[in-house]
Ligand binder design. Sequence first.
Ligand SMILES: NC(=O)c1ccc[n+]([C@@H]2O[C@H](COP(=O)([O-])OP(=O)(O)OC[C@H]3O[C@@H](n4cnc5c(N)ncnc54)[C@H](OP(=O)(O)O)[C@@H]3O)[C@@H](O)[C@H]2O)c1
Length: 346
Amino acid sequence: MATRVAINGFGTIGKRVADAVAAQADMEIVGVTKTGPSFGCELAVRRGFPLYCTSDDAGRVAAFSEGGYECAGGLSELLAAADVVVDCSPGKMGAENLTKYRKAGVKAVFQGGEPHALTGLSYSSSANHDANLGADATRVVSCNTTGLSRTLVPLWEACRSLAVECTMIRRAADPGDSGKGPINAIKPVLKVPSHHGPDLMTVRPEISINSLAVAVPTTIMHVHAIVATLPSGHGLTTDAAVELFRAQPRVIVMHGGDSRITTTAEVMEMARDIGRRWGDLHEIFVWEDGVKLVGDTLYYFQAIHQESDVVPENVDAIRALTGSEADWRASVAQTDAAIAAAHGSA
Ligand SMILES: NC(=O)c1ccc[n+]([C@@H]2O[C@H](COP(=O)([O-])OP(=O)(O)OC[C@H]3O[C@@H](n4cnc5c(N)ncnc54)[C@H](OP(=O)(O)O)[C@@H]3O)[C@@H](O)[C@H]2O)c1
């Protein structure tokens, strides 16, 4: 029987996770929530996702029909029809929502805007799928931490010791966040070290990592500048490190100079060519000519599409909680093949 999945919060991440879940043969969307009638409801209607209200308040449920949308009920009614809820509400609402999910007896996947302490368990497909098997609730780590996990976990597995310093060059806002602009400044994040690097240790504590962050006036991607100290006798070369990254699922390695993909603008143009919905890029992009091993120090750059790299991880996290697929590589392959088939990706 297909896993019945509810999406609580149908915004930037929620609509993408709903789309990816709906593509899976072993899952079905039983409903998505909005706070009230707004333009995002239109997408739910077009995709045939039953629309629910984030609240059980009768007045707020009724507001949907007044706005021209059919609302199937409040959150409690949606939870009653679900096996797993993916919480895609704005960050810091998790504690209140987790109480509701527990009361309904529904397993829950949260997003990186929530603290690790909420569930005491975090998730990244390549890092700790097995530790999440059968759990009641987890948190998919943030877009930045997911990106770090994709390349640093295989590097740690190849070397068995890793000390990392990285700088997160962050987009100032998502493309739809017009309320945050216009922006013309570079803003160092004055919480030092930033939370991004250490967050990786919630899914792979063996990696020693610290980070700085700076927000820049772009909306399309984050870039990470990574400096990793490998143990002596690691046996890697620059070429071997490139091949290690190339062999990983959800990592794209390309030569920037030859392919003329030298900026995030060109990476996102390539993503639009691939043909995923919203022009998304689920993969982490590593510039081959930006990888360099000097002695025991590996330097590289990678780019993260903040709105979408966590999307397939949510699908894998659902399989981990239900225990329906114990092998993370098998889940990743199943997830990605189903999304590619649904999107007709090139
Ligand atoms: N955006 C990114 O790049 C990104 C990347 C990785 C992780 N995340 C994380 O993903 C989570 C969601 O972020 P987002 O960017 O998708 O936010 P978003 O675009 O603002 O969407 C949030 C959605 O939650 C709904 N909502 C509001 N109050 C709610 C409640 N009490 N219960 C349930 N849903 C509620 C909103 O409804 P209305 O539409 O009706 O207002 C909206 O649809 C956050 O934890 C964030 O940190 C975001």
